[in-house]
Design a protein around this ligand. Structure first.
Ligand code: ZN
Length: 373
């Protein structure tokens, strides 16, 4: 009887120990992650919390990303006094209002006609000189006027809708200006034929040259953005919010549809903010998709996340509901995958729609606090 009692006690203890191990492994990660330098919020300052006299250090937040149109000197000073970096988001190819007075800047489709905006996402012809000057002037003004720590390109790609499970990426731009510049830059000549026929040729036997030329046009914008930073605020970082697909997903759409040549842009860009919105992009049950895409990007660009490296990867991860909901239980795993190397910073998308969901906000704060070195 005594023996039996001892065995029962022994087994009970073993079971309890096992249970505590299982429970612990399911608990949120609470280890500091000193490789993560940036714990950010995208979409403006968390004024709702600051008004409750909570400070950014108390929230574990040390970076705010805000639209370049909503910057004010007072706001920047207020955030910097709390030890935060302030980064501006800059709209490059998506200022729709420009088309009202300059309809000739609308992208032209394979049929030679204005290509309607897919799902309402309006792009602009990348060789329109007036539009380019308009954006460059605005970029310069923002950098001159505001004491920001960096500026992030947003929507720097061709006329397309890809921030969703099923993208719509029409082939553009076959306007006369683009076709002329293509021939000049690549030293080729196109026959005197209707646009629809030329488009067929460019997407057929000349596809490789056409694709690379389009990429080079978009990269050249990045070169000019960089040169403006170097002239006006050289210590500021140049970042880009970009499509999270690999080079082979959607049949190589990153280059041959969106005209994003990440390797070429790396010459000018400091920080790559890949946008793995897991819920929005058809991976609602798979937050690990975030770290898989980040790992791919690191490999592709040769970024390891080691101290002193020039290039950095700071993903923007989805916590707010957009199309798909993100349950509160996912806040921890999303941030856990978003802060794995080679990432050295992270930010959450996006304050405007996230802040009313206070349970998720508190879960974010808890995670940010837990990884603070
Ligand atoms: Zn064009």
């Amino acid at each position: 009887m005594t023996h039996f009692f001892q065995w029962t006690l022994y087994l009970t203890v073993c079971l309890l120990l096992l249970q505590s191990v299982v429970l612990r492994s399911a608990e949120p990660e609470t280890e500091p992650r000193p490789h993560i330098k940036i714990r950010g919020i995208y979409g403006g300052a968390p004024t709702q919390l600051l008004e409750q006299n909570r400070t950014l250090p108390e929230l574990g937040v040390n970076a705010i990303f805000m639209g370049s149109g909503s910057l004010t000197q007072d706001r920047i000073q207020q955030l910097k006094q709390q030890g935060a970096n302030v980064f501006a988001e800059f709209n490059t190819m998506h200022v729709t209002s420009y088309l009202k007075e300059h309809p000739d800047a609308a992208p032209i489709g394979v049929d030679g006609k204005i290509c309607p905006p897919p799902h309402g996402w309006q792009g602009i012809c990348p060789t329109h000189l007036g539009y380019r000057k308009y954006r460059m002037d605005e970029f310069r003004r923002v950098l001159k006027e505001y004491d920001i720590d960096g500026i992030w390109l947003d929507y720097h790609h061709s006329h397309a809708s890809w921030e969703r499970a099923e993208p719509d990426m029409p082939d553009t731009c076959f306007c006369e200006r683009c076709l002329k510049q293509f021939q000049r830059d690549t030293k080729t000549s196109l026959p005197d034929a209707p646009t629809s026929q030329l488009a067929q040729q460019l997407l057929g036997k000349q596809k490789a040259v056409w694709t690379q030329w389009r990429c080079d046009v978009f990269t050249d914008w990045v070169r000019e953005f960089r040169s403006i930073i170097d002239e006006t605020r050289p210590q500021a970082l140049l970042g880009t919010f970009h499509c999270p697909w690999t080079d082979t997903e959607f049949e190589g759409a990153l280059k041959n549809k969106l005209a994003i040549d990440l390797k070429a842009q790396a010459k000018y860009v400091d920080v790559f903010s890949i946008m793995p919105y897991h819920a929005r992009f058809n991976h609602p049950q798979d937050p690990a998709w975030i770290s898989r895409q980040t790992a791919w990007l690191g490999k592709y660009l040769g970024i390891k996340g080691t101290p002193g490296e020039r290039h950095k990867i700071w993903p923007i991860v989805q916590l707010s509901d957009w199309g798909e909901t993100v349950p509160v239980e996912q806040v921890q795993p999303v941030l856990e995958h978003g802060t794995r190397l080679p990432a050295t910073g992270v930010m959450v998308f996006r304050w405007g729609s996230l802040h009313p969901q206070t349970d998720k906000v508190e879960a974010m704060i808890k995670y940010y606090q837990s990884i603070k070195p």
